[in-house]
Write a protein that binds this ligand. Structure first.
Ligand SMILES: Nc1ncnc2c1ncn2[C@@H]1O[C@H](COP(=O)(O)OP(=O)(O)O)[C@@H](O)[C@H]1O
Ligand SMILES: [Mg+2]
Length: 274
């Protein structure tokens, strides 16, 4: 898909309900991962449908980042398999983009905002003459239109995280992996970015796996929530979120179903955190 088409879809698309697709985009089967004698992941199986948003919660150290790294092709399972569209994930792949919590390390400090986004286009072999228009479009879309010439050090945390997302979108990924991306941001910025990401995912049809330690964020964003248990990391429960889309920061969070889910998840995970 050309980026111009992507842009058009970003402007017009919305999704009102959980994705209808029953096409499996990610298939995780009996995955374990050990470092030396220490088993970190203890046998995870999980399917993620095309267009679905799955949120992953679980106590610190239970293997959430490790699981995402395997999906991104940055870590290899010790046993079991991870597939994208029926093919084993053997290494980093342009179809899978990852947004890290630590934007300070993810961005190149010597490149401007435009330069950082350009990186993804350069990696794809886009001719230099075509890059500026695409970069401008993406920065505009993510609210950084006026900041193309700023360096990361001149930007707030929220702006840097926006930039990391813009760079990922330049990859036109099928799968967006998010590792506690808003954990370091203030509550208001976090909510604005939640809505922007939901809008982008809805309009591009991307599949998202979103790790968070924030129960409410998981409910607000997800079609399903996977609760991981620690030592070694494994799937405890999977909770369906039937809240309608598009979601709304006030109405969705006041919905009795939202409050019921918050209580259910709280009861489920509080023992793991003790
Ligand atoms: N490269 C590594 N070598 C050894 N142990 C690791 C490595 N990466 C992560 N771990 C360990 O694996 C466990 C899970 O880590 P991680 O996936 O980062 O958890 P989470 O993201 O859920 O907090 C932790 O105990 C961590 O110390
Ligand atoms: Mg982590």
């Amino acid at each position: 898909m050309a980026l111009t088409q992507l842009s058009t879809r970003m402007q017009t698309g919305t999704r009102n309900s959980a994705p209808a697709s029953d096409e499996t985009r990610i298939r995780i089967r009996d995955v374990t991962l050990s470092y030396g004698n220490l088993q970190i992941i203890g046998g995870i199986s999980l399917d993620v449908a095309a267009g679905e948003t799955v949120c992953i919660i679980g106590p610190s150290g239970c293997g959430k980042t490790t699981l995402l790294r395997m999906l991104a092709g940055l870590a290899k399972p010790t046993s079991g398999s991870v597939e994208l569209d029926g093919s084993m994930i053997a290494g980093p792949n342009r179809s899978v983009a990852i947004v890290f919590q630590d934007y300070g390390k993810a961005l190149l400090p010597w490149r401007t905002a435009a330069g950082n986004v350009s990186l993804a286009l350069e990696a794809r072999g886009f001719p230099s003459a075509e890059r500026p228009a695409i970069i401008r479009d993406l920065l505009e879309k993510i609210g950084l239109g006026r900041h193309a010439d700023k360096y990361p050090a001149e930007m707030s945390g929220g702006m840097q995280q926006r930039l990391q997302i813009a760079r990922c979108l330049a990859q036109e990924p099928k799968v967006l992996l998010m590792d506690e991306p808003f954990g370091a941001l203030d509550a208001m910025t976090r909510q604005v970015l939640q809505d922007e990401v939901l809008g982008l995912v809805a309009s591009t049809g991307a599949t998202m796996v979103f790790v968070t330690h924030d129960l409410e964020e998981a409910i607000y964003l997800g079609d399903r929530i996977v609760c991981l248990q620690p030592n070694p990391g494994r799937v405890g429960r999977i909770v369906d979120v039937s809240l309608s889309r598009p979601r709304d920061q006030l109405l969705t969070r006041e919905d009795p179903e939202f409050l019921r889910l918050r209580r259910e998840l709280y009861d489920l995970i509080k023992d793991d955190h003790q």
